[in-house]
Ligand binder design. Structure first.
Ligand SMILES: N[C@@H](CCC(=O)N[C@@H](CS)C(=O)NCC(=O)O)C(=O)O
Length: 207
């Protein structure tokens, strides 16, 4: 019997993060194709994907889901036990869902016409991406993975977002100036969790 049901969409970065976590930990799951909005609101009052069900337990917010999976299932740890090492994973997960969301992800969303913002905001999101990406580049110059020498929830949060950079020419040009991010992305791309969750369909650039 499938242990976990993930309600989300293949192209959704947050959905992919949760799917990657299941693959990394060897957790059997079923992806129930569910778009954001009213169709998921019974599971997540905020109407966002992903949400998971595990028996009668319902959970949303990707970081909370990863924590739950890590505590509930055997397999490689997505958070180390040691307090400071675990805190660094939390720090990067939070930075991704705050700083990267409010820059690169919103920029992509405007380029893919998934979200609309007031005029001028797209440029602000791009400028902000240019400001914050060097922090990722510096970190990945210092450590093999984002929060240390082992793959963690931080990498699983960043990878699906960075994977869209090549699809947007100006983000690709920016990413191409970041050799440490490229080295890391190349390494993540070899993992079966990444290969097995490659979206079968993706949003297309707006004309
Ligand atoms: N903080 C949430 C973010 C989830 C999220 O924003 N998902 C997107 C799809 S990738 C979504 O549902 N967007 C619809 C909306 O913002 O209303 C998480 O980490 O799960």
């Amino acid at each position: 019997m499938t242990a976990i049901k993930i309600h989300g969409m293949q192209p959704s970065t947050f959905t992919r993060t949760v799917r990657m976590a299941c693959h990394e930990k060897g957790i059997d799951y079923e992806l129930i194709q569910t778009p954001p909005g009213d169709g998921v609101r019974a599971l997540n009052p905020f109407g966002k994907i992903p949400a998971i069900t595990h028996g009668d337990f319902v959970l949303y917010e990707s970081a909370a889901i990863l924590r739950y999976l890590d505590r509930s299932f055997a397999g490689p740890k997505l958070w180390p036990d040691e307090a400071r090492a675990a805190a660094l994973v939390d720090q990067w997960v939070a930075a991704i869902s705050d700083s990267l969301l409010h820059s690169a992800q919103f920029y992509m969303a405007t380029r893919f016409k998934l979200l609309t913002f007031p005029p001028g905001m797209a440029q602000k999101f791009f400028d902000r991406t240019r400001e914050i990406l060097p922090a990722f580049e510096r970190q990945l110059g210092a450590t093999r993975f984002l929060a240390g020498e082992g793959v963690s929830a931080a990498d699983l949060s960043f990878a699906p977002i960075f994977a869209y950079f090549p699809d947007v020419p100006e983000l690709k040009a920016l990413a191409d100036t970041m050799p440490n991010c490229q080295r890391w992305a190349g390494e993540i791309a070899q993992r079966s969790s990444f290969k097995m969750t490659e979206p079968a369909f993706k949003p297309q650039l707006a004309a």
